[in-house]
Design a protein around this ligand. Sequence first.
Ligand SMILES: Nc1ncnc2c1ncn2[C@@H]1O[C@H](COP(=O)(O)OP(=O)(O)OP(=O)(O)O)[C@@H](O)[C@H]1O
Length: 261
Amino acid sequence: MISYVTSELAIEIRGLTKRFGSTYAVAGIDLDVPAGSFFGLVGPNGAGKTTTLSMATGLLVPDAGTVRIGGADMWADPVAAKRRIGVLPEGLRLFERLTGAEMLSYTGRLRGLPGAEVDTRATELLKVLDLAGAAGKLVADYSTGMRKKITLAAAMLHSPRVLLLDEPMEAVDPVSARVISDVLRRYTAGGGTVVLSSHVMALVEQLCDTVAVMAGGRIAAAGAVADVRGEHAHLEDAFLHLVGAPAADEGELAWLRSSSD
Ligand SMILES: Nc1ncnc2c1ncn2[C@@H]1O[C@H](COP(=O)(O)OP(=O)(O)OP(=O)(O)O)[C@@H](O)[C@H]1O
């Protein structure tokens, strides 16, 4: 397969910081995402992944630091930066009273695309994402996996150069996960850049060529998946080594084993 990974940066993060009260959710991180890479952002619960992605996509104001998307500063030049990205945010608050097709039509027009072009792209995306049969159904009646897929379609409609996806496979069945993976692979094979956050190490290892491990608001390791994996057999082992897995105490939860019946 042709590799489109270049020395050009799709995303350049410098000194990015966000504090909530006395907690540094993101503690001044630097991160480079090469153009054309399939980039995985992993870390334990509360590591700061969502906060980082929210700041990188212009949804949350940083306390300090910069994010550049293809050279455009997200906060100084948000129109240029946002034109280049498609986002699957956490939470998925959608226009529940629109059908899937209406949601794409509305999104496309908001992005300034001509109506006929929106229709062509929406029809293709619905087909590829296996949503054609549900195009006329209200988004409120979509399952979790269908909601992820329609949001992904909306994020891709304006053919952005970079996709930032917060947990795209969470609560998605294996069939839909395979469909989403295939679409994302095709997108990066065509030169697009994907940044996704996930807890599923096997998925990151299978899909991503580059990875950053976050823990406690900092980058614990970043680089090619093979380099971050190092001498470990699997990325998950390297991850547990980096973030430190708590040892289970045999004596704890003893009451769970004792039955009074
Ligand atoms: N709006 C908020 N107000 C207060 N604290 C917050 C807020 N958002 C995030 N935090 C805190 O910031 C830290 C990082 O949270 P974040 O959601 O970015 O982590 P995450 O890596 O995405 O976690 P998860 O894998 O559980 O989704 C956590 O300690 C969290 O409690």
